[in-house]
Ligand binder design. Structure first.
Ligand SMILES: Cc1cc2nc3c(=O)[nH]c(=O)nc-3n(C[C@H](O)[C@H](O)[C@H](O)COP(=O)(O)O)c2cc1C
Length: 161
């Protein structure tokens, strides 16, 4: 039996978990309420915070070797994938998905961290006048949402094998 277990802060990992559950028929649980998934093969979906896949260590303790680890970050990039795998010691099958970002949905420490990052980006922009940096600042200020069912294609294919 396969189960989907997720950790989310602003909802995008939960959205992916629910979409995947709908597509595959596998049950999905929040890690904090996932006792029913113990004993099954777990697809673990969680968000990335400063390079760390949240709740991954806890999930490994609870479920043992995971069937797949799915990291939800700002965007999908091959270079980040390599560093995520290394930093989080991922030997399981690994996928990454582009999530969403909205500073208004953040609070406390996370809001502070991202507020600082946006300030740093703005300062850099002033110095370098790089068009890419400006694009990024605009994106962060407006917020973005890349969550889409299409992004689950490879993962669904893997699970159907
Ligand atoms: C404090 C903080 C740090 C973050 N660090 C990263 C990061 O290192 N790499 C990345 O790709 N995304 C990073 N993000 C973006 C989140 O992973 C992204 O917004 C994700 O979609 C959140 O998932 P959720 O909606 O399930 O909480 C960070 C977000 C916050 C708030």
């Amino acid at each position: 039996m396969v189960s989907i277990v997720y950790v989310t802060n602003t909802g995008s990992s939960k959205k992916y978990a629910e979409m995947l559950s709908e597509k595959t028929g596998y049950s999905c649980y929040a890690l904090s309420d996932s006792d029913a998934a113990v004993g099954s093969d777990v697809v673990f979906i969680s968000w990335v915070m400063a390079g760390t896949i949240q709740g991954l260590s806890e999930a490994r303790v609870k479920f043992g070797t995971l069937k797949a680890v799915v990291a939800v970050g700002m965007m999908k990039s091959e270079s980040q994938d390599a560093s995520l795998k290394e930093k989080n010691n991922v030997s399981e099958t690994f996928f990454s998905l582009a999530g969403s970002f909205d500073i208004k949905k953040l609070s406390g420490m996370y809001k502070m961290m991202m507020g600082m990052m946006m300030k740093m980006l703005k300062a850099k922009l002033k110095e370098s006048d790089e068009p890419k940096a400006k694009e990024m600042v605009d994106k962060f200020e407006e917020g973005f949402d890349f969550v889409s069912e299409e992004n689950l294609g490879e993962l669904v294919e893997f699970l159907s094998k």
